[in-house]
Design a protein around this ligand. Structure first.
Ligand code: CP
Length: 305
């Protein structure tokens, strides 16, 4: 039995296979419409979500399976003090696979140690968000045609943004990747990611404050919101929240074939006037999230179609 807790739980070969399966699902959805008949997905979300939870549910429903779960810890027995481990032992009796989001880093890992069904980390605190990474990889692979030899600009809250942390871990497995890390000084990537992942693996990268300086060099611009829920005080959040706003004028500085991704939700960091630019693919990216989660469910449940 396999879980997905970190993007590194899959090898590059396994990732490539998963992405190819997701592409096939996109092309031939009818082929997969009953692949999970009789199977149940549990979504245990202790933290708010729109895309991750609903795209998991959409994925399982498109595979012919069914879904159950909770979207608010306050409506679960966590509110009475039940541990994640005990909850997971119980969910294992009700469902065939579980997607869990939690504010505490490592909670899905703890859950997976007690589970008798596959557990998927749907985001744990400021740590990792591996299924967002699968979504991002599928978006880049489908729209750029490759995952290697790309210059990726990661912009915004690189300190608390778990999507950025997971994406860096996954992309460094491909040759020719370089990063432009665009953030204010206070929101730079954590030192362990900087030292133990980027520097140790000799990944070319540059830390810059100016989005305008980085834009002309990029194949991909990955915008992120400032993670209000992870700040210790509101004043710091207010000071940081509008540090970057991508607008039409800034898009003029970018290459004509650059893609703009964003895990969403967006707050102010991309002006709505950018939405009509063909390079803005963040809503398409949300659609890719369904295909890749369908592929993931099939893979973890070992369903062959
Ligand atoms: N991208 C993402 O994780 O969105 P949600 O928080 O809405 O799930």
């Amino acid at each position: 039995m396999r879980h997905l807790i970190s993007p590194l739980d899959f090898s590059v070969e396994e990732l490539d296979k998963l992405l190819r399966l997701a592409n096939d699902i996109e092309k031939y959805p009818d082929k997969y419409a009953h692949a999970c008949d009789g199977k149940i997905l549990a979504t245990c979300f202790y933290e708010p979500s729109t895309r991750t939870r609903l795209s998991f549910e959409s994925a399982m429903l498109h595979l012919g399976g069914q879904v159950l779960g909770f979207s608010d810890a306050a409506n679960s027995s966590a509110a009475k003090g039940e541990s994640v481990s005990d909850t997971m032992r119980v969910i294992s009796e009700y469902a065939d696979i579980c997607a869990m989001r939690h504010s505490k880093e490592g909670a899905p890992l703890v859950a997976s140690e007690k589970a008798t069904i596959p557990v998927i980390n749907a985001g744990d605190g400021g740590h990792q968000h591996p299924t967002q990474t699968l979504t991002d990889l599928l978006t880049i692979y489908s729209l750029k045609g490759r995952l290697d030899h790309l210059t990726i600009g990661l912009c915004g809250d690189l300190k608390f943004g778990r999507t950025v942390h997971s994406l860096i871990h996954a992309l460094i497995c491909y040759p020719g990747i370089r990063f432009e890390l665009i953030s204010p000084e206070e929101l730079k990537v954590p030192s362990n990611l900087h030292d133990e992942v980027l520097v140790r693996n000799h990944i070319p990268f540059r830390e810059v404050v100016s989005l305008e300086d980085a834009l002309p060099n990029l194949d991909i611009l990955y915008m992120t919101r400032v993670q209000r829920e992870r700040f210790f005080n509101e004043e710091d959040y207010i000071r940081m929240k509008d540090f970057y706003i991508l607008n039409k004028a800034k898009m003029e500085l970018a290459p004509k074939d650059m893609l703009v991704l964003h895990p969403l939700p967006r707050v102010n960091e991309i002006s709505v006037e950018v939405d009509d630019d063909p390079r803005a693919v963040y809503f398409k990216q949300a659609r890719y999230g369904v295909y890749v989660r369908m592929a993931l469910i099939l893979t973890l449940l070992e369903v062959e179609v």
